[in-house]
Ligand binder design. Structure first.
Ligand code: SAH
Length: 461
C-alpha cells in the first residue's frame, strides 16, 4: 500500500482525536484518519486543521485508491439476484458481511460471495434497506461530478413536460438513478429533499451541482420527512440560496396555483397529480363538482378551468382551504363558483347523503392511509368507506375520480376495494380510464416500487 500521506509530507498530529480516532493532517485542511493507512476509506474535512473542535463532521471518500480500500458489503449467496436485475435496494438480510467500517451514508462496493463486483452503493446502517445503489458501472466513481451528471441527465429527461407547467419534478429518487434525492422546481425555485443517509452524505455535492446547473435559481431544502428517522437523520428545513418567496405562483395547463414551498405538503404541491388534474378538467364542463381531500384546491381549480358549473372543496385543513380561495381569486374565477367546507370527509359525506345532496363529479384523493404492511387492512377499510360514501352522492351518469397514493396498495386490491364499495352503495359503474403519477415522476423498469400513485375514473350508472 502506497502511503500517500507520507509522500506529501503530511505530519502526524499526536493527540488530535475525533470520534475516538487519531488523524493525520493532509493538504488543504484535509484530515486523514490514521487508520486510513490500514485500509479505511474516509477522511474528515476541517475548516481549520489544528483544533479537534473545528472539524466538520462530514466524512468524504478519499480519492486516492492507493491508500484507500473502499469499504464493502458482501452479499449472502443467492441474494445477489436482484442486483443482477439492477434493482437498487440491498436489504440488511441480504448482507453477509460489512467490511471496512463504513460510516452512515458512505459509499461502499457491493460484492458477491465469490468476489464478483456487483454495484457501488450508499450505506445506511440504521435502515432495513442497508444499501442503495448509486451505480452498476464499476468504472463510475461516486464524487461531485457524479451528482452533477445525474441531475443534469434527469432534468434533461423532463423537457417534454415543460410546455404543460413551470413546476416540475426534476429528480425522482431511485427512478432517476439518485436514491434518496427529490428535486422539484417551482418557477425559479428549487426545492430538494434528502431522504437517505447516502443522499445526506453527499449534501454539499448535491447543492454544488444545483448551484452550477441552475445559477439563477433560489434553493430551499425541505428534508422534513418522516422517512429520515428510519435512516437516523433529523429533519432539516433550510434556505440554501437566494430569496424564496412565501408563496410561489406557478401555472399548469392554463391554471395558476400558489405554492407554499416552506411549509406545504411534500415540497409544496402535488405535482404528481398533473395528468389527473387535466383529466378532471376535461370531464368537468357544466358539472357540479366535489373535490374531497382538496388540500389547496388543485383538482377543483382545474375543474373550474375546465368550465365546471360549481366546485365544493372539502378538507380538514382550514389553511389549505384558505389557500384554495386565494387560488380561486388568482385565476379570476367568480366567488360564487367555489365553496369550501372544512371538516372530516367521512362524517360530512354521510351528513350530505342524509340530506340528499348530490354531485356530478367527485374527486377522492385521500392522504396515504398505509405506511406499513401491518396497516394495510385498516387502510383498505378506510378506502372502502370513503369510496362508498362518495358513490352514494353521485348523480346517475356521474363520474368518480378515486385515488390511492399508497405504494403498498396494489392496483388490483385498490380496484377490488372500489368495486366492493360500489356493491355496498348499490351502484354499478365502469372504469373508463386508469390514472397514475405524471411522467416527471417516472418509474424505472428496474424499480417497480417507484409506482405509488394509482387512480380510477369510474363512470357510474
Ligand atoms: N388532492 C390534493 C392532495 C390531498 S392531500 C391535491 O391534489 O392537491 C390529503 C389532504 O387530505 C390533506 O390536505 C389533508 O388535510 C386532508 N385530510 C386528511 N384527513 C382528512 C379527513 N378525515 N377529512 C378531510 N380531509 C382530510
Amino acid at each position: 500500500m502506497n502511503q500517500e500521506g507520507a509522500e506529501h509530507g503530511e505530519k502526524k498530529l499526536p493527540g488530535l482525536k475525533w470520534g475516538g480516532r487519531r488523524f493525520f493532517r493532509g493538504r488543504e485542511g484535509v484530515i486523514f484518519p490514521v487508520d486510513a493507512l490500514s485500509g479505511f476509506s474516509y477522511v474528515l474535512r476541517s475548516r481549520c486543521a489544528l483544533r479537534a473542535q473545528d472539524f466538520t463532521a462530514q466524512v468524504i471518500p478519499m480519492r486516492s485508491k492507493e491508500i484507500i480500500v473502499d469499504p464493502q458489503l458482501i452479499i449472502v449467496a443467492g441474494r445477489e439476484k436482484s442486483l443482477l436485475r439492477r434493482h437498487p435496494w440491498i436489504f440488511s438480510g441480504a448482507v453477509a458481511t460489512v467490511k471496512g467500517r463504513p460510516v452512515s451514508g458512505q459509499t461502499v462496493d457491493v460484492l458477491g460471495q465469490n468476489g464478483q463486483w456487483l454495484a457501488r452503493a450508499s450505506f445506511s446502517p440504521k435502515s432495513q434497506i442497508m444499501g442503495r445503489v448509486w451505480t452498476f458501472d464499476a468504472e463510475e466513481a461516486i464524487a461531485e461530478e457524479f451528482f452533477l451528471r445525474r441531475i443534469l441527465e434527469s432534468a434533461g429527461r423532463r423537457q417534454d413536460f415543460e410546455s404543460a407547467s413551470n413546476a416540475l419534478r426534476l429528480v425522482h429518487s431511485e427512478s432517476d438513478g439518485l436514491p434518496g434525492l427529490i428535486l422539484d422546481r417551482y418557477a425559479g425555485v428549487l426545492v430538494f429533499q434528502l431522504l437517505t443517509a447516502g443522499a445526506e452524505f453527499w449534501r454539499e455535492a448535491i447543492v454544488g451541482a444545483l448551484r452550477s446547473l441552475f445559477p439563477d435559481d433560489a434553493i430551499l431544502e425541505r428534508s422534513d420527512v418522516d422517512v429520515r428517522a428510519k435512516e437516523g437523520l433529523a429533519a432539516r428545513v433550510e434556505s440554501v440560496h437566494g430569496r424564496i418567496p412565501e408563496q410561489i405562483e406557478i401555472h399548469e395547463n392554463g391554471v395558476k396555483y400558489l405554492v407554499d414551498v416552506h411549509g406545504g405538503h411534500k415540497t409544496g404541491f402535488y405535482l404528481d397529480q398533473r395528468d389527473s388534474r387535466l383529466a378532471v378538467a376535461r370531464a368537468a364542463k357544466g358539472r357540479e363538482v366535489l373535490n374531497c381531500f382538496s388540500y389547496t384546491g388543485g383538482f377543483g381549480l382545474a375543474a373550474l378551468g375546465g368550465g365546471a358549473a360549481h366546485v365544493t372543496q372539502l378538507d380538514a385543513s382550514a389553511p389549505a382551504l384558505a389557500m384554495a380561495e386565494r387560488n380561486r381569486d388568482l385565476n379570476g374565477f367568480a366567488a360564487g363558483s367555489m365553496d369550501t367546507t372544512c371538516g372530516d370527509a367521512f362524517q360530512i359525506l354521510r351528513t350530505w347523503h342524509k340530506e340528499g345532496r348530490t354531485f356530478d363529479l367527485i374527486v377522492l384523493d385521500p392522504p396515504k392511509f398505509v405506511d406499513s404492511k401491518a396497516s394495510l387492512n385498516r387502510a383498505a377499510r378506510g378506502y372502502k368507506d370513503i369510496n362508498l360514501c362518495a358513490l352514494r352522492l353521485l348523480n346517475p351518469g356521474g363520474r368518480l375520480f378515486t385515488f390511492s397514493c399508497s405504494g403498498l396498495m396494489e392496483d388490483s386490491l385498490f380496484q377490488k376495494i372500489v368495486s366492493d364499495a360500489a356493491l355496498d352503495a348499490g351502484r354499478n359503474g365502469r372504469i373508463v380510464r386508469r390514472l397514475t403519477q405524471a411522467g416527471d415522476h417516472p418509474v424505472s423498469l428496474a424499480f417497480p416500487e417507484g409506482a405509488y400513485l394509482k387512480g380510477l375514473e369510474v363512470l357510474v350508472d
